[in-house]
Design a protein around this ligand. Structure first.
Ligand SMILES: [Zn+2]
Length: 334
């Protein structure tokens, strides 16, 4: 059941309200045999227990294999989606708050002229035919609110027919996904990660040695002060304490460099670990894309694409999400 909740969140973009409705309408009950609420759904999605960790008072237990139900990467993706959806992130929203709307893009489409986020609205496409009959169809369009409502300066176009943009974006996505199907995982990319990791490790080892050496020097210099006070040293206590200060400064600098390298190394190892995940995610989407529903396509588009910028005359620029960008070229112009 938990698996299903994660899957529908990550793959189909179900929001917590819709998810609760879905579970309740399928007669599924919570542990306490009660109905699902949206906060029960959210609690489930945030529960680290499903990744194999017990949490009490904010402290996490070591990994416990028998508790593990949800892949760590899927969990992270769900957190990303939850975070994007929370109202605090309104401005930088990449994941559509809901995939129920009928346009492909929401929250991730911008006016290329003024940078304003575009919103989708519906309108009635109407004309009267020569024979006197009426043509009336409800359609969607994306509008730049700066231009359309005169809220700000914009020299662009106020509205764009949604299906024209959606169609172009979908076609491009399809091309890219088809390409990834025939592209083996980038060996060069993996090699680059590996060589960078090796380089960081080498630097880390050297810095650790230097830090140890400086610490030893400080201990020796301190001992020398004792001797100097007894008149058994060639150096005066002043000389020695200046030398200790200098050594301490250097030690401090090296320790900062070391923690910086450790941080970079951890990041790089993390990125390398996720490489497989994102690649296989990409492949799965490629395999499923043609047979997926509009909602699934929307969810794929939301996760693959960071933003779409549209300019006058339907000039479209697609910027891929950073995690997938590494497998494709950075931006696409249609
Ligand atoms: Zn605009």
């Amino acid at each position: 059941m938990v698996k299903k909740i994660f899957e529908m969140t990550v793959k189909e973009g179900y929001g917590s309200d819709r998810m609760a409705d879905y579970l309740n309408s399928h007669g599924i009950k919570t542990h306490n045999n009660s109905k699902f609420q949206c906060n029960t759904v959210n609690r489930n999605l945030k529960n680290r227990l499903y990744c194999g960790y017990l949490v009490s008072d904010g402290v996490e237990s070591p990994y416990i294999e028998r508790l593990h139900i949800i892949d760590e990467n899927i969990f992270d993706q769900a957190q990303f989606i939850l975070k994007q959806r929370s109202s605090k992130n309104e401005e930088k929203q990449q994941i559509a708050r809901t995939t129920k709307g009928s346009t492909l893009l929401s929250g991730n489409i911008y006016c290329a002229h003024c940078g304003q986020k575009m919103v989708s609205t519906s309108y009635i496409d109407r004309y009267d035919r020569a024979d006197g009959s009426q043509y009336r169809v409800r359609r969607q369009r994306y509008i730049c609110t700066n231009k359309a409502m005169k809220r700000g300066a914009c020299d662009g176009q106020s509205a764009y027919v949604a299906h024209r943009i959606d169609g172009a974006v979908l076609a491009t996505l399809r091309d890219y996904l088809a390409k990834i199907k025939s592209t083996p995982k980038d060996i060069a990319l993996e090699k680059r990660y590996k060589s960078e990791i090796a380089e960081y490790k080498r630097k880390q080892t050297n810095l650790e040695k230097e830090v140890e050496k400086l610490k030893r020097q400080i201990v020796e210099l301190s001992a020398e002060i004792g001797k100097s006070l007894l008149g058994e040293s060639r150096f005066t206590p002043d000389m020695l304490s200046t030398s200790i200060d200098n050594t301490n400064d250097l030690l401090h600098k090296k320790e900062i460099e070391l923690s910086d390298i450790k941080f970079k190394l951890a990041n790089q190892q993390n990125a390398m670990g996720k490489l497989d995940f994102y690649y296989s995610q990409f492949r799965t989407w490629a395999d499923e894309f043609d047979n997926s529903t509009m909602e699934q396509k929307k969810m794929i588009a939301c996760q693959l694409i960071r933003e779409v910028n549209v300019a006058r005359g339907y000039e479209i620029e697609i910027v891929f999400d950073i995690n997938y960008k590494q497998f494709v070229s950075e931006t696409v112009l249609i």
